[in-house]
Ligand binder design. Structure first.
Ligand code: FES
Length: 147
């Protein structure tokens, strides 16, 4: 009888603690002025989105460039198309601008914490739709992102 009573009280206490953590985590970034909404990404098939000169930019793994609603990131050494990834910068959850986390090799949304793979697939929600991925081609030192 004493043990049952103890476990019952413990269960209620643990539930109250978990609910408190959850509420703090959800609301903590909603009003952060440093988190901005990103522009809408270009429609696929609309053509060249932008070009960059690899002689002067994106020289280190993790370097990124954001233009026209797309974030381009160097993910490996060398100037091969596979050394880069380009995805929409607008989070598919509520539109915040995602960032690339070099240490984890994933995209993370600063607003609610959604995580996306280098190819844009959802790793962790609340987002449930993948990021649009764009084609990267390289000619000489010119990298082109095509929508
Ligand atoms: S806007 Fe909510 S997870 Fe990105």
């Amino acid at each position: 009888m004493e043990r049952e009573e103890f476990l019952s009280k413990l269960g209620i206490g643990a539930l109250a603690v978990c609910m408190g953590c959850s509420l703090v985590a959800c609301g903590s970034k909603q009003n952060d002025p440093t988190i901005t909404n990103a522009p809408s990404p270009p429609a696929t098939g609309s053509g060249t989105a932008f070009t960059v000169d690899l002689g002067t930019t994106l020289t280190n793994i993790g370097d990124s460039s954001t233009m026209n609603g797309i974030i381009l990131v160097r993910i490996a050494a060398g100037n091969l198309a596979s050394s880069f990834t380009a995805v929409q910068v607008r989070c598919t959850h509520e539109g915040a601008a995602i960032n690339y986390n070099t240490g984890q090799s994933i995209f993370i949304c600063p607003l609610h914490g959604s995580e996306f793979s280098q190819s844009g697939a959802v790793i962790m929600g609340p987002a449930f739709t993948a990021l649009q991925k764009y084609t990267v081609t390289i000619n000489g030192s010119t990298l082109t992102v095509t929508a």
